[in-house]
Design a binder for this molecule. Structure first.
Ligand code: PGA
Length: 254
């Protein structure tokens, strides 16, 4: 059975006190049915909070910690960068790659994303690979081929064993932080398409095992309907992951 996941991407938000408040509220409000090992909560704080969040969650078996990014280089003179091996050394188990904000504001191209994925996999960290189309591509109806290309250029270059470690997040850019969620039908259509591509590229068993999250204005009101769809295995949540009541409501809807 594939894993269901609620991931919170805190992005560049919250000061230290706010982070402490948020994590304490998350861990003291138990989530229904998250202890049976096939539902996970993943939290992605800023680099500076990773170690303290790891320490605070170390006894909560359903919570895992992700970095929001890492360097495409192994180690060395890259001022300001963080290597996957450093993340590994403090106990990070997941890392987001290819978020649309990284692609857009930091010009991360597929080549670099593939290098990042490889660095992450070498450390036995699981990549959460983001894909998704901008509004113009949605409007001219070419989103299937756009998404297929994003997968072909990065994670479909991996071998079968490495691909098994990947979590995919479909995040249509027009729905991120805009309050405009893709409808459950629009989302299911793309998730089903991605699963079909995985099946064609690898095989049915791998396609059925791959967790595919949706991201883009998921909130306490729309989560349950999205999670009802057969190929939506959870969510990568931005804004609503900063409010613990909302985040817990979303987790309980899974
Ligand atoms: P949002 O962000 O939930 O605020 O739309 C989602 C994301 O960027 O992962």
């Amino acid at each position: 059975m594939r894993k269901k996941i609620i991931a919170g991407n805190w992005k560049m938000n919250l000061d230290k006190n706010q982070v402490v408040d948020l994590i304490e509220n998350i861990i003291t409000n138990p989530i229904n049915q998250f202890s049976d090992n096939h539902k996970l909560m993943i939290l992605a704080p800023s680099f500076v909070y990773l170690e303290s969040i790891l320490a605070k969650t170390k006894n909560v078996n359903y919570i895992k910690i992700a970095a929001q990014n890492c360097s495409e280089h192994q180690i060395g003179a890259y001022t300001g960068e963080v290597a996957a091996s450093m993340l590994k050394s403090i106990g990070v188990e997941y890392c987001i790659v290819g978020h649309s904000e990284r692609r857009q504001y930091y010009h991360e191209r597929d080549e670099v994303l593939l290098q990042k994925v490889n660095q992450i996999l070498q450390q036995n960290i699981a990549p959460i690979f983001c894909c998704g189309e901008p509004l113009s591509i949605r409007e001219d109806d070419s989103y299937f081929s756009f998404i297929e290309q994003q997968l072909n250029d990065v994670i479909f270059k991996l071998d079968e064993n490495d691909f098994r470690k990947i979590i995919i997040a479909y995040e249509p850019i027009w729905a991120i932080g805009t309050g405009k969620t893709a409808s459950d039908v629009q989302t299911q259509e793309v998730h089903q398409f991605i699963r079909e591509l995985i099946k064609n590229k690898f095989n049915n068993e791998i396609a059925e095992q791959t967790t595919i999250l949706y991201g883009g204005s998921v909130n306490a009101t729309n989560a349950a309907q999205l999670f009802n769809q057969k190929d939506i295995d959870g969510a990568l949540v931005g804004g609503a992951s900063l409010k613990y009541q909302d985040f817990i409501t979303i987790a309980n809807a899974l």
